[in-house]
Design a protein around this ligand. Sequence first.
Ligand SMILES: NCc1[nH]cc(CCC(=O)O)c1CC(=O)O
Length: 310
Amino acid sequence: MTPIKIGTRGSKLALWQAYYVQELLQNGGLSTEIITIETKGDLILDRALSKIGSKGVFTEEIEDQLRTGAIDIAVHSAKDLQSDLGPEFEILAFTEREKVNDVLVSQNTTLALSQDEPFVIGTSSTRRIALLKHFYPHIKTVDMRGNLQTRLRKLEEGHCDALLLAYAGVHRMGYHDKIAEYLSLHQFTPAVGQGTVAIEVSVSMDYAKKQVVRSLLNHAETELRLRAERAFLKTLQGGCSVPVFGLATIDPQSMSITGGVVSLDGQEMIRKTIQGSIQSNPEQLGISLAESLQLAGADRLLAEIRSQQH
Ligand SMILES: NCc1[nH]cc(CCC(=O)O)c1CC(=O)O
C-alpha cells in the first residue's frame, strides 16, 4: 500500500495529534506521511470565531485536500469538526478519548474559581464565558484567541491571571504544572467532542484502505459517545461558536448524555440528562436529548444568542 497521507493543521496541538495518529498507523505496519495545511482559523486571529463564521473555520482548506486526494485522512480535534460534514466526507474513526474536563491554568496554582477575590480569565469560548457568568459572576474575562502557545505566552505576560482550557490540550502540550483546578463536569460540561481526535476522510476513499485505517485507529466506546454527542449538536444546530455543551458517558449497562445551552449573559440555562440502554442507537439518544431541550425552549434561546452575535 502507498503511504497514508495525513493532513493536519500546523499548530503544535494539531501536530501532536497527527504524530499520535501516525504512530498508531505505523505500529500497525503502515507507512505514513504528514502534510500540514493552513486554515482560516489559523490565519485570522483578530476576530472572534463567532464572527468569522461557525462552519468549517478550521476544516475547509483541509477538506479541499481530501477532495483532491492530496491527503488520505485528515486529523482534527473532534470538537473543531462541524457536526454536519455534508455528502462528500465522513468520520472514519475516533481515537480513544482522554479526560474531558476543562481546567483552570495559571502561574498561581492556588487560584480557584470559588475564591472570594475576583480575577481575570482569558478565553474566547462562548461556552466558557457564559458558564463563568452563570456560576462565578464575580470572575472577569478578557478575549483571548490564538493557539495554546500564544495564550500561554499572554498569560505569562500578564494579560490575564488564568486561562480556561481543555485538559486534553494542556496534557498534550505538557503544561500540567500550571493546572490550578480541574473544573467539575456538572458545572463546566465540555463542548461536544472535547478530548477526542477524529479522523475525517472522503466517502470515495478506497474501501480496503478505509478498513485497515479504521481498525488501527477507532476506539469503539469513544465512537459511541461521540456519535450520540454529534447527533445532539447536529439536531440543535449548535456549532462551535454558540454556548452549547454536551457529554455522553457509558457505564457497562447504559449510556447517558447531558447537554444544554446557556445564554451569553449566563442568566438562563437549559440543561438535561437522559439515559438509554447500551444496545440502543447512540444517535437516537442524542436526538432525543436535543428534542427535549427544544421543548424546554432551547431553540428560542439559541435564536436570541445568534441575534446577539451578529
Ligand atoms: N477550540 C480549540 C481547541 N480545540 C481542541 C482543543 C483541545 C483538545 C481537545 O479538546 O481535543 C482546543 C483548546 C481548548 O479548548 O482549550
